[in-house]
Design a protein around this ligand. Structure first.
Ligand code: SAH
Length: 365
């Protein structure tokens, strides 16, 4: 883990296994890895001098070779409904993380990339284009900071984070290299210690990576389907031309067959876009396309952002769609819109570039 230039190693975002290797390499006991992780992830401490179970010598040694670096918060917005959006700064780029408190839990929605390359027509992040993958420490920073803020504020109204969803900016499955170590830390008892049932990766459907994922990690999987057939999906999600609905559902089915976290069911996300995918015939097509797939469906009212000519389906249409799915025995829920007033809702995260959308990108579906 030491590099030739002897630059300080950032410990945040390193897995326990990596830290075991590190401490052994510097001639220290393996259990120091567990101690330092407890300081970082349980006590939100980023200063080696405060780690009281390390001797003065060890502290000095560590201070010369390690750092505990995290991203800083650029701004905070609090919604009327309690949702909080934090913008974190990476050089001249921003990423966004959203805290969503509910009755029995609080979910943190984190980003996996700066921008996104998939160009989904209904999503604000896609208009930012793709900048780069976040590395593990940048993914972990979002959780670390959010948990630290909630812990430090000591406000009984702020619920502890119980769930993590990769539904912020970016396509998590196109950043597996950094995502997997980050998830290991989220699951690790010396890390954030959340259960696999409380972590969800949401994907636009990168079939070969879904297949690979099963060998690497077991967490909940949500597929952003959003269309009942390939014709509509090709138009709103260009990635479908590469990995079509059938291939995505087959690989997801395989993933959940060996997963404990998913309890045998795939989560399907389906945004409701007026006149595009919300008609009665679409509901029947969707039922048909999912007939051999054990799943539950989350209908998502589309959240608006400027310059795009989509509209969210009205309440009656969403309700009609919902009733048809329920009548056919599919577990279905309608997602509550959260944080709309602070642009923190699904698909509204854009690193504030939305005001710079080029007119050529305006959608005429
Ligand atoms: N790339 C991943 C995760 C990021 S998007 C994925 O596609 O799943 C998280 C979820 O929000 C996805 O289901 C996405 O399709 C949905 N979404 C994007 N834009 C939206 C919008 N404007 N309104 C509602 N949901 C949106």
């Amino acid at each position: 883990m030491f590099n030739k230039t002897n630059k300080k190693i950032n410990i945040l975002g390193k897995t326990r296994e990596e830290l075991y290797d590190f401490f052994i390499k510097i001639g220290e006991e393996k259990f120091r890895a567990e101690q330092i992780m407890k300081w970082i992830y349980k006590r939100y401490c980023d200063d080696v001098s405060l780690m009281t179970d390390f001797s003065k010598n060890l502290k000095n040694k560590l201070k010369n070779i390690i750092k505990i670096d995290h991203l800083d918060i650029e701004s905070e917005n609090i919604s009327q409904d309690g949702t909080i959006k934090w913008v974190l700064k990476i050089n001249d780029q921003n990423i966004e993380t959203v805290y969503i408190p509910e009755i029995n839990r609080a979910t943190l929605c984190i980003s996996s990339q700066i921008g996104c390359a998939l160009n989904c027509k209904f999503c604000a992040t896609s208009y930012q284009g793709f900048n780069r993958n976040l590395n593990s420490y940048e993914i972990i920073s979002q959780i670390w900071y959010a948990m630290k803020i909630i812990n430090d504020r000591n406000n009984f109204k702020l619920k502890k984070i119980t769930n993590i969803v990769m539904m912020g900016m970016g396509e998590p499955l196109l950043n597996l290299k950094n995502l997997v170590p980050a998830i290991k830390i989220i699951l690790d008892n010396y890390g954030f210690g959340l259960s696999k049932r409380r972590i969800t990766i949401s994907t636009a459907g990168i079939s070969p990576v879904i297949k690979k994922l099963g060998k690497l990690i077991d967490v909940k999987l949500a597929i952003s389907l959003h269309a009942p057939n390939d014709i509509i999906r090709n138009k709103i999600m260009p990635i479908n031309k590469k990995y079509n609905i059938k291939s995505i559902l087959l690989s997801a089915k395989k993933y959940i067959s060996t997963s404990k976290a998913n309890k045998g069911k795939i989560s399907i996300e389906y945004i409701m876009l007026n006149e595009i995918n919300d008609k009665t015939e679409h509901a029947y097509q969707l039922i048909n396309c999912l007939k051999n797939i054990p799943c539950k469906i989350n209908l998502i009212p589309w959240n608006p952002f400027p310059y795009v000519k989509y509209k969210c389906s009205n309440f009656n249409k969403i309700n009609n769609f919902y009733k048809i799915l329920i009548k056919h025995g599919i577990t279905t829920t309608i997602r509550k819109q959260r944080g709309i007033d602070i642009k923190a809702a699904c698909g509204q995260l854009s690193g504030n570039v939305i005001n710079r959308i080029n007119k050529r990108n305006i959608i005429n579906f």
